[in-house]
Design a protein. Structure first.
Length: 180
């Protein structure tokens, strides 16, 4: 039997729909900060991994080829920067003449452009802008610390010691990312 009579149809009333939208808005409001924190942690982990892998590649290349290899901050133009900000990218190049810039475009092994999200900053410790690996894998000079900053918080560090070993470290507590 068919019912063709007018009357209330199947569906939701405006009040019911408003209640569902309000509940969803509250749930999204609670979940969004956690999601943003997860994104920040993931972006920091990516930056730590990329830097660690590139430094390991540079050291391995210096040992394998028996010539110095340098890693320095770059703007993506095939030249090393004179500032300690690695956020825009870095350059890995063969450096037999031990120069501050690659002497030939053929010496560039890797030119990394915009490797991290805009919300992440990669800053080198004062006094040392680049890492130059010697043919035996050592990295003479002072230690280099690359700080990974997510906003005002320190997300992690990549530390290169004089022997050339690169290691990563994450802070145990929420630490401000102050200039050192």
């Amino acid at each position: 039997m068919r019912k063709d009579a007018p009357g209330p149809g199947q569906g939701f009333s405006l009040v019911e729909l408003s209640a569902v939208v309000a509940v969803l808005a509250i749930l999204l409001g609670l979940a969004l900060p956690t999601f943003q924190d997860t994104l920040r942690q993931q972006r920091t982990a990516t930056a730590l991994h990329l830097l660690g892998a590139q430094l390991a590649q540079a050291r391995n290349t210096a040992i394998t080829r028996g010539i110095p290899v340098t890693v320095c901050p770059s703007l993506g133009d095939g030249r090393c920067r004179a500032e300690p900000d690695w956020s825009s990218g870095w350059l890995l190049y063969l450096d037999p003449a031990r120069s501050d810039q690659p002497l030939d475009q053929g010496d560039i092994l890797r030119d990394v452009h915009r490797p991290v999200h805009d919300s992440i900053q990669v800053l080198a410790s004062a006094g040392r802008l680049r890492v130059r690996y010697q043919p035996d894998g050592r990295s003479g000079g002072s230690n280099l610390t690359l700080r990974i900053c997510a906003g005002e918080r320190l997300g992690g560090e990549v530390i290169v010691n004089n022997v050339g070993r690169a290691r990563t470290r994450r802070p145990a507590t929420k630490t401000p990312c102050s200039a050192r």
